[in-house]
Design a binder for this molecule. Structure first.
Ligand code: NAD
Length: 298
């Protein structure tokens, strides 16, 4: 099918590549020319703006880094809303349900249907097509998209109202953020007690404490000290803030989330927007006065 794709970054890059490789015809846009070039080299067509993408195709996908950028790309001056061919706007970004509902309402006035489609599984999942793909929107609009969405991974239909898939995604990412924060504190305690952090991950992964921080994030990026997992610190903090706001809207107790959020804010202040989210471990290391590095020789 003909698909527009805007935002060719850590996630959008491999996801759009997989669509081209699966035989879809892509029209792409990104503010970074080098990201666009990677796609045109394999057969995608480059557009000049989001509006230009939306003039070329009926279905436009986006994978963008912030709520402001997402809103501007969808509804701004040169945005998707200005396109004369677009009928479906599929947002793969994590925005939370408030922003999703706001954008859906604006686009609806122009007859554009919004389909929320946040994903989970990281850059590795985007590369391999093993993401969890959470989708919400009118079922008759979602069903024809399935073959394209299945290129990204396993598709879960979350409901017909705008924002439902975003609420699902925030619940997931809060757990991911909590796993990373709690695992950092647990492993720091063990290292201080003299335990090898590799051994700790092996034991935890064979036991009941296992989570994606101990199975993937620590072994891949913290223990070797590379801190290159591919998910930006600012993006993780965005998701934790969105969860806190959404849970507060619904009157859900957020004692754990508030404590987790505080640690992530501290890590963001220490390491900056462009750091990798696994650098939260460094914040815990600093407080504990230890390092959680692999004792194994490379
Ligand atoms: P990223 O920063 O790597 O990529 C964003 C891309 O958008 C970049 O290529 C950037 O040049 C482009 N961009 C910025 N402003 C633009 C504009 N005005 N017009 C067009 N393009 C523009 O971010 P990412 O890690 O790929 O994340 C994208 C979304 O996916 C975010 O909502 C994030 O929360 C979500 N997400 C990320 C991961 C991950 O592991 N990285 C996992 C799941 C979900």
């Amino acid at each position: 099918m003909e698909i527009g794709f805007i935002g060719l970054g850590n996630m959008g890059g491999p996801m759009s590549r997989r669509l081209v490789e699966a035989g879809h015809q892509l029209t792409v846009f990104d503010t970074r020319p080098e990201a666009v070039e990677r796609l045109t080299k394999i057969g995608a067509r480059a557009a000049k703006s989001p509006a230009d993408v939306a003039n070329s195709v009926e279905t436009v996908m986006t994978s963008l880094p912030s709520l402001d950028i997402g809103l501007k790309v969808a509804t701004g001056e040169d945005g998707i809303i200005r396109g004369n061919r677009v009928r479906r706007y599929v947002d793969l970004s994590t925005t939370g349900s408030r922003a999703a509902i706001k954008t859906a309402d604006i686009l609806k006035e122009r007859g554009i249907v919004q389909i929320d489609c946040p994903v989970s599984g990281g850059v590795a999942g985007a590369e391999k097509g093993t993401l969890a793909v959470m989708v919400s929107g009118p079922k008759d609009e979602v069903d024809p998209l399935r073959p394209a969405l299945e290129v990204f991974g396993k598709v879960f239909y979350c409901g017909d109202k705008p924002g439902m898939a975003q609420s699902m995604k925030l619940a997931n990412n809060f757990l991911s953020a909590t796993g990373m924060a709690a695992s950092s504190e647990a492993i720091a305690m063990g290292v201080k007690a003299g335990l090898d952090p590799n051994l700790m991950c092996d034991v935890i992964n064979a036991g009941s404490g296992m989570n994606t921080a101990t199975t993937q994030k620590f072994p891949r990026s913290v223990l070797p000290g590379t801190f290159d997992y591919g998910f930006g610190m600012a993006l993780m903090v965005k998701d934790v803030r969105l969860f806190l706001a959404e849970a507060a809207d619904y009157g859900i107790p957020i004692e754990v989330a508030q404590a987790v959020g505080k640690l992530w804010e501290k890590a963001l202040a220490e390491h900056g927007d462009n750091s990798d989210f696994t650098e939260l471990a460094k914040t815990v290391e600093k407080g504990a006065g230890i390092q959680m590095r692999s004792l194994k020789k490379a």
